[in-house]
Design a protein around this ligand. Structure first.
Ligand code: NI
Length: 173
């Protein structure tokens, strides 16, 4: 297993729309394993392939306290959304930023698992929010897109400044 580099907002690659996975084969299973390792290492509760610059419809999630309940969604599709919930969201591609976002509270998602088997899942709470957040990534959408342009621009500037500081640190080494 290898750890993959995560793209940071406002990297334009994060705006790409991911393509459907045609075959869930060994290559995809390996990618899923690497994505899970990267997510646990970060640490985070969800990671979309888009965030590691792979533009295929693959998402990994684990919202369990013990980090022992990995969920893989390949070609995920929201079948049903219901209700409304406001929750604080963060993103591995936008480190240090947390904002309240309103989304549907309940979802039914259809997807394919790591072994290539189709399944459907009903979710609520943090899992429902995480599923929607990760599917947004596959469509080139980020949680800051739900904020006002003013707020988003402030976050954008903050991230550009943080990236510059990271670069300078590397230069000093
Ligand atoms: Ni995210």
């Amino acid at each position: 297993m290898s750890l993959l580099d995560i793209l940071f907002y406002p990297d334009p690659q994060l705006r790409k729309v991911a393509s459907t996975v045609a075959n869930v084969d060994g290559r995809v299973a390996q990618l899923v394993d690497d994505m899970l390792a990267t997510m646990y290492d970060a640490p985070g509760i969800g990671l979309a392939a888009t965030q590691i610059n792979v533009h295929e419809r693959i998402v990994v999630i684990d919202v369990s306290d013990e980090c022992d309940a990995p969920l893989t969604l390949i070609n995920p599709e929201l079948k049903l959304t219901e209700g409304e919930v406001e929750m604080q969201e963060g993103c591995l591609s936008i480190p240090g930023i947390y904002e309240n976002i309103t989304r549907p509270a309940n979802v039914t998602v259809a997807a394919i698992d790591r072994e290539g088997n189709p399944f459907e899942l009903d979710a609520d709470g943090i899992l429902a929010v995480c599923i929607q957040h990760e599917i947004d990534h596959l469509n080139g959408k980020l949680f800051v897109d739900y904020l006002s342009p003013l707020k988003r621009n402030r976050i954008r500037k903050k991230m550009i400044k943080a990236a510059r500081e990271r670069d300078e640190e590397y230069d000093d080494e």
